[in-house]
Design a protein around this ligand. Sequence first.
Ligand code: TXA
Ligand code: MG
Length: 310
Amino acid sequence: MKRNHSNIKKAKKYLDNNNCIAVPTETVYGLAANAYSKKATSKIFKLKKRPKKNPLIVHYCNLNMLKKDCELNNDFFKLYEKLCPGPITFVLKLKKDSKICKNVTNNKKTLAVRFPNHPITKKLLTIINYPLAAPSANISTKISPVSKEDVIDEFGKKIKFILDGGRSHVGLESTIINLIGRPKVLRLGGIEISKINKILRTNLKFNNNLKKIISPGQGKIHYSPGIPIRLNVKKSKIDEAFILIQKRKKSAKNFYYLSKNKNLKEAAKNLYKTLRMIRKKKFKSISVEKIPNKGFGQAINDRLIRASKF
Ligand code: TXA
Ligand code: MG
């Protein structure tokens, strides 16, 4: 993909002037603002309609910048070396003299940080002299955007500028791991847990009892297409969209393939795009074929379960 330097400069200008803009990342598009500025970051919460108590991930381009804000430990260095830049977010101890503003962390002593792997946003991060706070660029609880068009779909004219970086190739948010004390996976995402376990020589699991999440009040409503979703379905109803991961002999108008050969990475990439597409049609509900609960399938199931609590 060609880097559009004039657009990157334009993005810098908006950010320098305390605006929030949308930026591409390999996972999903982010709604970005100067993480050191209260004025800038408060615009993120307003535009996203995000509860103030929900802290933001901060995006960096190098370790020197990060060292000013966080305490780094051995587990961090091991994962950083093998996986960054990439779709993984680390929760670290915030340094006392960090300039990260308090509404980014919700006044807490921890910070979620990430090194995005997208050429355009990497370039942008090298020409600004502050890190970027950026949650996914969607209205709170709605489907995350994986293209410029999706961001427009979410915010319309309310967003001042979108830096176009094409389609996000991972298509799911980053995996979040808390590295304060014993490592703990907080969110499944673009890096499989098995990869993390190999690097740290551990056996971390995602403590996400799926049944628990289904029960009222347990799971957060999220990634919602606004209509009911049924999981592990063999045969869909006529007025339902049917999400599939392997080719069926017969075809039908309500079929939406995430993959035609059970490729779970491909399926993850296509998930949000597909949910967004279905939302625009007049289906009453969505049914989803059983998706193996391993590797990226685990992350897909996690998102679908949350999405099903619309
Ligand atoms: O792939 C991604 O991570 C994307 C791109 C834009 O980087 N960002 C993203 O941000 O997904 P967001 O805000 O939609 O999700 C971040 C999650 C939230 O659930 C938030 O509660 C959690 O990370 N989080 C942020 N700071 C945290 C912290 N200090 N400790 C624990 N969780 C934190
Ligand atoms: Mg989000």
